[in-house]
Design a protein around this ligand. Structure first.
Ligand SMILES: [Zn+2]
Length: 178
């Protein structure tokens, strides 16, 4: 077990059966900012050469990603998350979180790339079985996440038709140009 930096004073890293995870260290009220999501900016191309670290990257634009500073990337996915990343790249609590509860977010809320997918065994009642791009989620779930304010702005632009007609196609060098 290790303490996190001052920006993460509400949580701690701990081991789980599935590897490391991040857990609440004290009660966290709904709406609390748990941490900023910051890190090195990388491109889609960079992410495809990172091996297992590819799964750490958070997509913030059609071709833009962040490789988050540790230990943000240790926060596991859940199909029934208690946190989400808002438009200002802050991880916020979606509901009250009790001490020792695992901190989770839904990786699909930042994804629109038609590349990386992840098998999911999060164990939630509504587990989707696979983590994939946001626009492939059930519409009802998309709407719930949009209302909660935890969908990346570039995805909202895409959904409203302002940002091209198809998600990223890695074979296209510049997806904004048809
Ligand atoms: Zn799941």
């Amino acid at each position: 077990m290790s303490r996190l930096g001052e920006t993460l004073e509400l949580v701690r890293v701990d081991s789980t059966e599935k590897g490391k995870g991040v857990f609440a260290d004290k009660p966290i009220a709904a709406g609390t900012v748990i941490t900023d999501v910051r890190g090195e900016h990388v491109t889609f191309g960079d992410t495809t050469t990172m091996g297992e670290r590819e799964s750490f990257c958070v997509q913030i634009g059609r071709m833009d990603y962040i490789l988050p500073d540790p230990p943000f990337y240790l926060i596991n996915h859940s199909c029934e998350p208690n946190c989400g990343i808002n438009a200002d790249m802050k991880l916020i609590a979606l509901r009250d979180i009790a001490p020792d509860e695992e901190i989770t977010w839904d990786y699909s809320t930042t994804m629109l790339e038609r590349s990386w997918v992840m098998e999911c065994k999060c164990g939630s009642e509504n587990c989707r079985g696979v983590v994939r791009d946001f626009d492939l989620l059930p519409e009802e779930l998309q709407a719930r996440y949009i209302v909660a304010g935890i969908v990346q702005p570039y995805i909202l632009e895409y959904l409203s038709g302002k940002n091209g007609t198809t998600p990223n196609d890695p074979s296209r060098e510049n997806p904004t140009q048809p």
